[in-house]
Design a protein around this ligand. Structure first.
Ligand code: NHR
Ligand code: GAR
Length: 217
């Protein structure tokens, strides 16, 4: 039986595209059952639609409260019977009730090396702090923002000439490699949380070191 993956986006959806492509190319025993956006104008929706994937919009502006939005979003997700729900550039903070409803299934990609720089403007903050490395973290979502168990991280150098934009691009390249791989593990049931931490099986690296990539200066 194929497992269902539901992907939440808010914008461009390049991580979602990387997931869809890896799923097809690598022949996962899973399907992207739905791509759901909280914004009707999210550019990523067209890509998903063009690839025959069910798409829908649950627009947060249409709801009186975060609780009401999360209830509707959760109901829509449930229709697709997901094994995993991926936040891929999804920009709304989720209520504790929502997180509880999908406990153990919600996975987020955050563009910093957590626990450094939770929240927004991560690349600008890493440059302002004089960081020599930056990156992205894939983690389970808990009620506390950007604090859930870490599954994998990707590291890239911060170059002296970097702007938030150029750094974001370098980090994003790594996200596109790391995110599909982690979701495949999750769909295959290979991830285990033990004592609030994700177990790293022997011989499996959960670190993508972008500094080893020859295409980076
Ligand atoms: N929800 C919970 N409970 N826990 C997490 O770890 C979450 C989450 C919801 C989203 C992604 C996230 C990130 O990776 C994420 C992780 C949005 C904001 C935010 O401030 C912060 C972090 C993240 C996503 N959003 C504003 C809000 O009021 C809206 C900003 C906007 O619409 O542009 O929700 O960093
Ligand atoms: C990604 O870099 C992702 O890590 C980040 O937004 C970008 C989305 O790009 N997520 C957040 O900032 C969550 N607060 P995409 O839409 O092209 O995948």
């Amino acid at each position: 039986m194929k497992k269902n993956l539901v992907i939440l986006i808010s914008g461009r959806g390049s991580n979602m595209q990387a997931i869809v492509q890896a799923c097809a190319k690598e022949g996962w025993n899973a399907r992207v059952a739905a791509v759901i956006s909280n914004r009707a104008d999210a550019p990523g929706l067209a890509f998903a639609r063009d690839h025959g994937i069910f798409t829908t919009v649950v627009d947060h502006i249409q709801f009186q409260s975060r609780e009401a939005f999360d209830q509707a979003l959760g109901d829509e997700i449930m229709r697709h019977e997901p094994t995993v729900v991926a936040l891929a550039g999804f920009m709304r903070i989720l209520t504790p009730e929502f997180v509880k409803r999908f406990e153990g299934k919600l996975i987020n990609v955050h563009p910093s090396l957590l626990p450094a720089f939770p929240g927004l403007r991560t690349h600008a903050r890493a440059i302002e702090a004089g960081c020599r490395v930056a990156g992205a973290t894939v983690h389970y979502v808990t009620a506390e923002l950007d604090h859930g168990p870490i599954i994998a991280q990707a590291v890239v150098p911060v170059l002296p000439t970097d702007t938030p934009h150029t750094l974001a691009q370098r980090v994003l390249q790594q996200e596109h490699l790391m995110v599909p791989c982690v979701l495949r593990w999750a769909l295959q049931g290979e991830l285990v949380i033990e004592g609030g931490r994700v177990k790293q099986p022997d011989g499996v690296s959960h670190c993508w070191n972008g500094m080893n990539q020859p295409n980076l200066a």
